[in-house]
Design a protein around this ligand. Sequence first.
Ligand SMILES: Nc1ncnc2c1ncn2[C@@H]1O[C@H](COP(=O)(O)OP(=O)(O)OP(=O)(O)O)[C@@H](O)[C@H]1O
Ligand SMILES: [Mg+2]
Length: 362
Amino acid sequence: MYIESIELKNFRNYQDLQLGLDKGTNIFYGDNAQGKTNILESVYICGTTKSHKGSKDKEIIRFGEDESHIRMMLKKDGISYKIDMHLRKNKAKGVAINGLPIKKARELFGIVNLVFFSPEDLNIIKNGPGERRRFIDLELCQLDNIYLTDLSGYNHILNQRNRLLKDLYMNPSLKETLDIWDLQMVQYGKKIIDKRSEFIRDLNEVIQGIHRNLTGGEEHIEVLYEPSSDADCFEETLKHNRERDIKMKMTSAGPHRDDLSFVVNGIDIRKYGSQGQQRTAALSLKLSEIYLVKQKIKDTPVLLLDDVLSELDSNRQTYLLDSIHDIQTLITCTGLDDFVSHQFHINKVFRVVRGEVFNPVN
Ligand SMILES: Nc1ncnc2c1ncn2[C@@H]1O[C@H](COP(=O)(O)OP(=O)(O)OP(=O)(O)O)[C@@H](O)[C@H]1O
Ligand SMILES: [Mg+2]
């Protein structure tokens, strides 16, 4: 797929913007705080209904306005799609595909595939397990429509169970109802654990080659799934932990406590890796993401690169730029020097100045 155009109305610092994109590499450059990331954010919201930063709709609407609109025209397998998103201050957002309103975000996942890469992603290895779970969940939601349903189901039951654990203190007779929640939690939980382990198996097939190339053959990487409980014994674990859960007033085991570890040449780089090793592994992970989307969805995703080039050394920049030449890419940066020094082919250059976009070269 590729994006043909974007229109923004009262989105962040854009009052009214219309932008035609190239099928290849599109660069947005400009000083800090001019609105470069805001453009990538609008694309991400239009493709997933969520901000990559986790911002609320009312924060995204232009200051002093009540609503905001994003329209994205895209082409997939020769067919055109129009996606409209309508953000309102204290109401749910409205989403339409080709003029027809949709209820579930998952309807978009079949059409739009995006890979977002920001400098924060380079910290995924050294940061906490929550971010690694977020990575795996976002991936699986894109690759597998049913996963999102299972995950929402699991999170709903988890909240209910945790609330019950709190209420039990005042009302111990509620204890019997725990069995019902546990049963449902196990049903959803097992599916999530199975899908996550399958995903990590697929990921390893891809990431190992990428990482070896990226490190000039020096490093072998393995991603290990660390489930808080195995699928087969999840029911047992919940039972075993029950008294402790009641005492702690929360559910201590389950997919909401899973983690991933990254083992490079035999060491766990979450704890013992150098900063450079951690960032290289994060880059390998992102590049694998592009590859997996291509492989599973049989379509090329659009890559959104927010200011990452300046964070990488010259070899890694070259590797990244070489790996993305065949997909549509939207890149933000403060200057064009990195592209000039790599003689990287750019299809369209936009200069971003205070919520306006200029197209000086093309
Ligand atoms: N709801 C909003 N309404 C109006 N302006 C907003 C809103 N939210 C953010 N902004 C403005 O958008 C600008 C930031 O835009 P953005 O994050 O896209 O900058 P950038 O060009 O990516 O900068 P950097 O190079 O520092 O990353 C800020 O000046 C901020 O005040
Ligand atoms: Mg930015």
